[in-house]
Design a protein around this ligand. Structure first.
Ligand code: HAM
Length: 421
C-alpha cells in the first residue's frame, strides 16, 4: 500500500458505521417526520436520553445473558474510572429517566418516542451495522392487552405510510416469572438431550439461559430448537388469557399475523407479548422492528411497579425498502455580474430567503454563460441574473429552467412568481 492509500484507510469511517450523505438525508428526514406525525396522533411525546449510560443499566436491563451484553457493547472507562456504555438499545434509558424524574407522578400518559443512533459490536453485514439508528416507542402503565395490539397497529400504520412492501407480523408470548421457571426447566432438559449438536455458545446457554438458544443463527442449533418444547404450552392462566386477548384485538384491527412460538427475542427483559414485523425483501436480517412487554423492568430498577411495552424499528432497514414520496428541492440560483451587482445580489438573496425562497449564491466571478452552465448542472429551478442594467432599472430577469419561461419584474413581483402566487 502506498503511504497515501494507507493514510486514507486510517482516516476512513469505522467498520460498521456509515456517513449519511446529503442526497440520502431527505429520505431520513421524511422517515423521521412521518414517524413523529404518526406517533403524536397516538398521544406519544418525544423523550431524549443521553447516548451513553452507566454500564450496569444495560447489564441489569438488557440482561446479563443477552448477546448484546455478553459480547456486543461498546464499553469504556471514563477519566473518573466509571464504566460507561454507548447505548446498544433505548428501552433501559427510558425506564431510568422515568424513575429519575418521577414521570410516573405526572398526569400525562407515559407514552414516549425517540429516534437516534444505537451501538452494537456485531459482525457487520447487509442490514446490520455497529452504529445504526432506531425509532423507538415505549408505553408505561398500560396492563390492558389492547395496548399490545395498538402499538402493532401503529407500527403498521407507519410502515404503510412509508410504502414498505409486504410487512409480516409475528407474535408470541414468553410468559412471566410465574410460568417461565417450569418452561425453563423443560427447555433445559430438552437442550441437554441435544447438547452435542449445539454450538459452544449455545452449550453454555443450556445452563445459563436456555431461552437464548432460540436466538442463535447457527443452523444446527436452529434445527435442534425445532424439537424443543413450546413456551405457549407452558403459559400460566394470566399469560394465556393476555395472549388470547392480544390476538383478539389484532383480529379486531384486521391485522394478519402469525404466531411464532420460537420468537423469544434477544433481550432478557420480556414478559408476555413479544413481536416482530419482518419483511422478505430484507435478506437474512429481516426484522424491520421488534418489541414486546417488559412488566418487571421498572420494579427491578428499584422504581415503582409499573409495566412497560414498546418496540424499536431499524431505520436503515426500513429505508432500504421504503418507497418515500420525496419532493425535489426547488431553489433559485442567483448570479451576479460584477462588484456592484454582488452587493445588490446579496441584498436580494436575503430578501428572498426571508420570504422562504431557497436561494443559492456562489461567490465566484463567472460570466453569464458559466452561470447558466452551473445552474443547469445543479438543477436549479430558477436563475436570476443581477447585472448593471438590472440594477439601474430595479427590475430583474427570472428564468424558469424547466420551461425556459422568462419573467421580468421588481423583487416583489418576482417573489410572487417564486412563491407561485
Ligand atoms: P432489537 O430487536 O434488538 O430490539 O432491535 C430492534 C430493531 O433494531 C431490529 O428489528 C432491527 O430493525 C434494528 N437493529 C437491531 N440491531 C441492528 C443492527 N446491528 N444494525 C441495524 N439495525 C439493527 C430492541 O432494541 C428493543 N429495545 C426493542 C424494544 C423497545 N422492546 C421494547 N421496547
Amino acid at each position: 500500500m502506498t503511504e497515501d492509500a494507507s493514510a486514507k484507510k486510517e482516516l476512513a469511517a469505522i467498520k460498521g458505521t456509515k456517513d449519511i450523505l446529503p442526497e440520502e438525508v431527505d429520505a431520513w428526514r421524511a422517515l423521521e417526520s412521518t414517524a413523529r406525525a404518526i406517533f403524536e396522533l397516538y398521544g406519544y411525546r418525544e423523550l431524549r436520553a443521553p447516548l451513553f449510560e452507566a454500564t450496569e443499566l444495560f447489564e441489569k436491563g438488557t440482561g446479563q445473558t443477552s448477546d448484546i451484553v455478553v459480547k456486543e457493547m461498546y464499553t469504556f472507562t471514563d477519566k473518573a474510572g466509571r464504566s460507561l456504555t454507548l447505548r446498544p438499545e433505548y428501552t433501559p434509558s427510558v425506564v431510568r429517566a422515568i424513575i429519575e424524574h418521577r414521570l410516573d407522578l405526572r398526569p400525562e400518559p407515559m407514552r414516549y418516542y425517540y429516534m437516534g443512533p444505537m451501538f452494537r459490536y456485531d459482525k457487520p453485514q447487509k442490514g446490520r451495522y455497529r452504529q445504526f439508528h432506531q425509532i423507538d416507542i415505549e408505553v408505561f402503565g398500560e396492563k390492558d392487552p389492547t395496548v399490545d395490539a395498538e402499538i402493532i397497529e401503529m407500527a403498521l400504520a407507519l410502515l404503510g405510510k412509508l410504502n414498505v412492501p409486504d410487512p409480516e407480523t409475528l407474535v408470541n408470548s414468553v410468559g412471566c416469572r410465574a410460568c417461565r421457571p417450569a418452561y425453563g426447566q423443560a427447555l433445559r432438559e430438552a437442550a441437554r438431550a441435544k447438547f452435542a449438536e449445539l454450538c459452544p455458545d449455545c452449550q453454555r446457554k443450556v445452563e445459563t439461559n436456555p431461552l437464548r438458544i432460540f436466538d442463535c443463527k447457527v443452523e444446527a442449533c436452529q434445527k435442534a430448537a425445532e424439537s424443543f418444547p413450546r413456551i405457549l404450552d407452558y403459559l400460566c392462566e394470566e399469560c394465556r388469557a393476555h395472549f388470547q386477548a392480544v390476538l383478539g384485538w389484532l383480529d379486531l384491527f384486521k391485522i394478519p399475523y402469525r404466531v411464532e412460538p420460537r420468537l423469544v427475542r434477544g433481550l432478557d427483559y420480556y414478559t408476555k407479548t413479544t413481536f416482530e414485523i419482518v419483511s422478505g425483501r430484507l435478506g437474512s436480517q429481516n426484522a424491520l422492528l421488534g418489541g414486546g412487554r417488559y412488566d418487571d423492568m421498572m420494579k427491578d430498577f428499584g422504581g415503582p411497579d409499573i409495566c412497560g411495552i414498546g418496540f424499536a424499528m431499524g431505520m436503515e432497514r426500513v429505508l432500504s425498502i421504503a418507497d418515500l414520496p420525496l419532493e425535489k428541492r426547488k431553489f433559485l440560483y442567483l448570479a451576479y455580474l460584477g462588484h456592484e451587482a454582488k452587493k445588490a445580489g446579496l441584498e436580494l438573496g436575503r430578501f428572498f430567503r426571508r420570504n422562504g425562497v431557497e436561494c443559492l449564491i456562489e461567490f465566484k466571478d463567472r460570466g453569464m454563460k458559466a452561470h447558466f452552465g452551473r445552474a443547469n448542472k445543479l438543477q436549479a429551478a430558477w436563475v436570476l441574473i443581477v447585472g448593471d442594467d438590472e440594477l439601474r432599472k430595479g427590475r430583474f430577469g427570472l428564468k424558469e429552467m424547466a420551461t425556459g419561461r422568462q419573467v421580468e419584474g421588481t423583487r416583489d413581483e418576482l417573489l410572487a412568481v417564486l412563491q407561485g402566487r
